[in-house]
Design a protein around this ligand. Structure first.
Ligand code: ADP
Length: 438
């Protein structure tokens, strides 16, 4: 009867002990899952191990890169100065080395009579008698280190204790592996970012060089061109009599070609300059600016008997005045130019304001529309006409260099905006530019 009660009590104690250990493992796995830093996880582990097994010491040893020794990276119960400092041998005559080699938990009943390996100064100086150690697995074949628990008295470690420690060692191995993968990913991201930055910078430099090169070539071409234009003019004016009709026709054609080339070079220079100059945004009154553009275009407007309708009170925008003037001038020039042969151009300019849900405060954008009643553009061409030299007609039908809309796009984008067009063949076109509201 007495024996039965004692047995039952012992079973209950064992069960409570086991439950407490399981609760400890669950708590630790939660910490690991939450991504607790490894150092904190190690401290929590050694504390839990020592408490759950009822011993004075808990420790985690990490195998050092040389594979010859291990560092006491975390521990509980040890005198101050040992944790983070103590190095133990990793050869097979030490308990740590022996544990690394054996695939089983290593239990020491009494260190003083142990024959498989020698005690380390760490254990001897702390009066350790009994202990248990297990391997913490690492990446591939290389272990991370050793988990251990030690007592100053003779202590029996039960199979439940061994299972408990094994669960903890497995959990640690998984948490360490996860942290290392995270670290590697983080490093990879850092270098990736840096590589992208370096490449972008190299690309920008190459582009600037190209721009500078084409700018100086275009610039240098204008001097000989002016000489050709000058001599053609001299021939036309002073040698009329010396030339027959065919000769005079050739000279005229020469002069026209030189003039076209000059316009092309000037357009290219303007396009190239837009990519290189610094942009300073300021508040620009669009209504005033459009009046200036209309004044520039006045002779053309008159010659084509064009009608122009500008909406009142256009909102002010953030722009560089000179660039916006060029942009509007190109758009209105095209609206005047691309009309059917006998058509009378009719141009309308108006604006929409919209709010964009960006980071607070929300940005206000202004979309300026330039609408014409001209020949229109088929949807399939509407993207490419913004690229340099893209033209949909021969120069005989509609003169031009094909740079105007490329300047519009580059100019607006450099001011932080966007461009686009809505159109259909024979239905007129509505070009729009969108900029920040001032
Ligand atoms: P350019 O006017 O010198 O030809 P652009 O770059 O200004 O060059 O325009 C490119 C092409 O886009 C034009 O050749 C024309 O085919 C088309 N385009 C531009 N604006 C209009 C418009 N308002 N209506 C119809 N077509 C247009």
């Amino acid at each position: 009867m007495v024996a039965d009660v004692t047995e039952q009590e012992a079973a209950e104690v064992a069960l409570t002990h086991q439950l407490r250990q399981q609760a400890g493992v669950a708590q630790l796995s939660q910490s690991a899952l939450l991504g607790l830093p490894l150092a904190a996880l190690f401290d929590q582990t050694t504390q839990l191990v020592a408490e759950s097994l009822g011993v004075e010491y808990g420790k985690i040893l990490e195998l050092l890169p040389s594979d010859q020794s291990l560092l006491l990276v975390a521990g509980v119960g040890w005198q101050s100065g040992w944790v983070g400092q103590a190095i133990v041998s990793g050869d097979r005559h030490s308990q740590a080395g022996y544990t690394l080699l054996s695939q089983q938990p290593v239990i020491v009943q009494d260190l003083r009579t142990e024959t498989r390996f020698q005690s380390s100064p760490l254990l001897t100086q702390h009066g350790v008698v009994s202990g248990i150690s297990l391997l913490i697995a690492g990446k591939g074949d290389r272990p991370f280190g050793v988990l251990g628990a030690y007592s100053r008295q003779r202590h029996s470690f039960t199979p439940d204790d061994v299972n408990f420690l094994q669960a903890i060692a497995n959990l640690l191995a998984a948490a360490i592996e996860r942290k290392r993968t995270e670290q590697a990913l983080y490093q990879l991201n850092l270098t990736l970012e840096q590589r992208v930055q370096e490449r972008t910078q190299a690309l920008n430099e190459a582009m600037h060089e190209m721009e500078a090169f084409s700018y100086s070539v275009a610039h240098d071409l204008r001097a000989p061109l002016r000489a050709i234009q000058g001599f053609a003019q001299v021939l036309e004016e002073d040698y009329q009599g010396a030339l027959d009709d065919l000769g005079r026709d050739y000279v005229r054609r020469m002069a026209t070609s030189a003039e076209n080339l000059d316009v092309l070079i000037q357009d290219l220079l303007a396009y190239s300059r837009l990519g290189r100059t610094e942009i300073h945004l300021q508040r620009v009154n669009v209504t005033n600016l459009i009046q200036k553009v209309l004044a520039d275009l006045a002779p053309l407007l008159q010659a084509n008997q064009a009608s122009v309708e500008i909406a009142p009170n256009l909102p002010s925008v953030c722009a560089q005045r000179s660039v916006l003037r060029q942009v509007l001038s190109n758009l209105m020039g095209n609206a005047l130019k691309f009309v059917p042969p006998s058509g009378r151009p009719c141009i309308r300019v108006w604006a929409d304001t919209s709010t964009v849900a960006t980071a607070p405060p929300p940005a206000q954008r202004v979309r300026l529309w330039v609408e014409d009643n001209g020949i229109g553009i088929a949807p399939r061409h509407q993207k490419r006409i913004f690229k340099p030299f893209e033209r949909l007609h021969g120069v005989e039908t509609y003169p031009g260099t094909g740079i105007g809309l490329a300047i519009v796009k580059r100019g607006v984008e450099r001011m932080g905006g966007q461009v686009g067009v809505e159109s259909a063949v024979s239905q007129g076109s509505r070009f729009w530019i969108e900029l920040a509201k001032a």
